[in-house]
Design a protein around this ligand. Sequence first.
Ligand code: AMP
Length: 364
Amino acid sequence: MKIGILGAGQLARMIALAGYPLGLEFIFLDPSADACANNLGQHLHGAYDDPRLLAELADLADVVTYEFENVPADVAEFLASHTQVHPAPKALAIAQDRLKEKAFFQDINIPTAPYAPVNSFADLESAISHIGYPAILKSCTMGYDGKGQSLIKSATDLDSAWDVLAGAPAVLEGFVPFNREVSIIAARSVSGAIAFYPLSENTHNGGILRVAKCLDKDAAQTQAQDYITRLLEALDYVGVLALELFDVNGQLVANEFAPRVHNSGHWTIEGAETSQFENHIRAILDLPLGATTAVNKTAMVNFIGNVSSTEEILAIPNTHVHLYDKTPRKGRKVAHATVRAETTEQLDTLLKQLITLADQVDDS
Ligand code: AMP
C-alpha cells in the first residue's frame, strides 16, 4: 500500500516514520530538492500544480493526503477525481481562507472573535469603528505563524497595518483577551470513528509555536471535544484535524483549524498511546483508531532557527529529540524535543531546562 503526500517537510517525514511499522510505502510531491522527507520514499520533484507529476502521484498512490492546507483548489480537485484523497478538498478550501473559516465556525455555532472583511482602507476604518481597539488585521490567505498580520492598538497603527497587506483581501479581528491558548487534535476515520487527544496548552514566540504542553483531564476538554466534533461532522472529515482555541475565563473561542497533523500534537509521539501521525494514517486507511490516552505528563519545545547539540538536549532526563534535517534559517522550525515526567512538578523542572536550551539558539 502506497501513501502519497503533497509536501515533504517535517510533517510528511513524521507521517512516513509512523507508517513504516504498518508496512506502508510513501511517495512525496515537493518542489524542494532537499525537502526533509525525501529519503523516506519516492520523491516527485517539482511544482505542486505540475499536471504530469500530479497524474503520476494519483497513479502511484493508493491514497493521497497532505501536510499543508494551501493546496490550490484545482490541484485538490484533480487528485480527488483520480484517486482517494483525505481529507476532502472542502476542508482545505475553508481552512485556507480566514473569512470562510470564520463564517463556517459561526454556521456551526462555534464562537469566534468579532470580525469584518477588509478590502480597502475605508473598510478598515469602518471595521475598526465597530470592533474597536485593540484588533488584529490578517490577510485572508497564506498567513501562518503570525505572518501577514498586524496588531492595531490605536489609530496611529492603521496606515502601517494596511501597508503590510499590500492590497491582499483581509479580515479584521477583535483582539481576544485570552487567559491561555489551547488546541485540540482529533482523528476521524473513513467509517466515522472519532478519537480525541487531551488538550494541548500552547505558547507562542512572535506568532510561532514555542511550547506545547499536554493538559490531561483539563476542565475545557469537553467543550473543545464538542466543537471539534461539530467541525469533523460538518466537513465529513477524514484524517487528523487540529482546532486552535483561545480560553477566555473558561469559555473557548475558535481561532483557526488546520486540516492536517499539527505542531501542537508532536508531543503525542512519545506522550500518547498512539501518535497523531499514526492515527492520521489509520484514519485515512479506515483502520481502527489507536488509543489517544496520555502516557505521562508531557511537553514539547520547538527549536526555531537553530538547534542545540543532540548531546545537550539528551542530557536532560526523559527527553527525546526530533531533528528535521533542515538547513538552519531564521524563523524556521528545525527540530523539536519532547520531555516526559511522572508528575507536573517534575515536568515543569525539566521543561524549564529544555526551554533554556532552546532560547540559547533561538533567533526568531
Ligand atoms: P494565527 O496566525 O491566527 O494562528 O495567529 C498567531 C497568534 O497570534 C495566535 O496564536 C495568537 O497568539 C495571536 N492571535 C491571533 N489572533 C488573535 C486574536 N484575535 N486575539 C488575540 N490574539 C490573537
